[in-house]
Write a protein that binds this ligand. Structure first.
Ligand code: PLP
Length: 441
């Protein structure tokens, strides 16, 4: 039976960013808390919250109940009308959003949220260009992938390249693209974005992941984001913060920008907003942008926009983050995870860097610590060549631990409810699995 499911899936469905030939997905039959089970009954501890989205843990009862109740009451009504859940969710979001972001567009993914944000920025400013950064991800449809600074954009070039996106350097203090080091650099990478704006005509917005996610949990120094915000404000360019992955307690705050007191003009988010139990993307905008679109058409919309079933879990999810004190817990447990990962670095020469914030950690694998030469580069992933990190992921899976690997790093980002015993279990499996990387040195 299980084989049939896997066979039917691989034959008739595409999967997501499918890296390997011979993809054999796990047939999952059940999930609860920080774990899921396959059809044979094998348990996996989920160290990456699936796609870093099940922040409350699997099958959170309050979230599931809210979706069921909404389905029974009113499963769909067009976005041209309203219903209670639409109004109440907007009201609830005001409690957690950075102050001043008070009007929302509801889409059905992070990708779509960014698409809508670009359109808003272009309509509002009357300008066209988006400045994005290398080593970032913003989604997979035309505009959002065009603004993606990693290899996922390469597939659509040159034919599908959407004009109007210009790339600047990311902030990466382990591998500084400008060859500098902080604090002597004075965040030269932020100055470089200012230089770009000054030398490009027609810039509508700068988009950043405040903490870069898939590309390796790149945490900016404290002076970086405030500087970018100031640079953008002075030049009349909007700042878009993509908090699709970094939001919802992941870094120990509701949103990563909260660490640095930065309020962007537009904030996009998804994933943890519903604990990924329903497909919701949110665009939160400043009052100035909201006022502009009161007088001018926001030429955008979807049949599934502000869908009652996608909105239904939001209030329950926010209440659960609070009831379980998960922002605080992410910080506390993050310290535990960080200490244990650093101890792994002492033991495994294949670990070049360990970095994280809250329960959002990356373990970067290198061939050589001194030169920081990675085992694999994005070109390997794009060409579907075997990656060392995938061998580590496979070893961890054999030991009942699911962890996400990406090019040359692991992403350790468990549900925020994880216990210390579960952390120990996950670390023990990583410890054993990392021997595979050590053997490749
Ligand atoms: N932006 C960031 C920072 C992400 O991490 C992701 C997905 O991982 C997206 C956008 C795209 O979101 P979605 O997969 O919901 O379309």
């Amino acid at each position: 039976m299980s084989d049939d499911i896997v066979e039917l899936t691989t034959k008739h469905t595409y999967g997501t960013w499918r890296a390997q030939r011979g993809w054999k997905p796990i047939h999952v039959t059940r999930a609860e808390g920080c774990a899921f089970w396959d059809a044979s009954g094998k348990r996996y501890l989920d160290l990456s919250s699936q796609l870093i989205c099940s922040n409350l843990g699997h099958q959170n009862e309050a979230v599931i109940e809210a979706i069921c109740a909404q389905a029974r009451q009113l499963a769909y009504i067009s976005p041209a009308h309203t219903c209670e859940v639409r109004a109440r969710v907007a009201q609830k979001l005001l409690e957690v959003m950075p102050k001043g972001l008070d009007k929302f567009f509801f889409a059905t993914s992070g990708t779509e949220a960014n698409e809508a944000a670009f359109k808003m920025a272009r309509l509002y400013t009357g300008k066209h260009k988006i400045i994005a950064r290398y080593t970032s991800y913003h989604g997979s449809t035309a505009g959002s992938v065009a603004a993606t600074g990693d290899f996922r954009r390469w597939f659509i070039e040159p034919a599908g390249k959407i004009p109007g996106v210009v790339f600047g350097p990311e902030v990466n203090c382990y591998r500084c693209p400008l060859g500098r080091s902080h604090p002597e650099c004075g965040v030269a990478c932020a100055d470089y974005l200012a230089y770009m704006i000054d030398h490009e005509e027609n810039v509508a917005a700068v988009i950043v992941e405040p903490v870069v996610g898939t590309n390796g949990v790149l945490i900016p120094p404290a002076d970086y984001l405030p500087k970018i915000a100031e640079v953008a404000r002075k030049r009349g360019v909007l700042l878009i913060a993509d908090e699709v992955m970094s939001g919802w307690g992941r870094t120990g705050k509701w949103f990563a920008v909260d660490h640095w007191g930065v309020v962007p003009d537009i904030l996009t988010t998804a994933k943890g907003v519903t604990n990924a139990a329903a497909p919701l993307g949110v665009v939160a905008t400043s009052r100035a942008i909201a006022d502009y679109f009161d007088d001018n058409m926001f030429a955008h919309g979807h049949t599934y926009e502000a869908h009652p079933l996608t909105l239904a879990p939001v209030i329950a999810a926010i209440d659960e983050y609070r009831r379980l004190d998960l922002l605080e817990r992410a910080t506390k447990m993050g310290d535990v995870v960080g200490a244990k990962l650093r101890a792994l670095k002492e033991k495994h020469p294949s670990i070049g860097d360990v970095r994280g914030i809250g329960l959002f950690w990356a373990v970067e694998l290198v061939k050589d610590r001194a030169t920081k030469e990675p085992f694999n580069v994005p070109q390997d992933k794009a060409a579907r060549r075997p990656l060392v990190v995938d061998a580590v992921v496979a070893e961890a899976a054999k030991r009942g631990v699911s962890v996400m690997g990406w090019v040359s790093h692991l992403l350790v980002a468990p549900p925020l409810i994880i216990s210390e015993a579960e952390i120990d279990e996950g670390i023990a499996a990583l410890d054993a699995a990392l021997d595979v990387a050590d053997q490749r040195l």
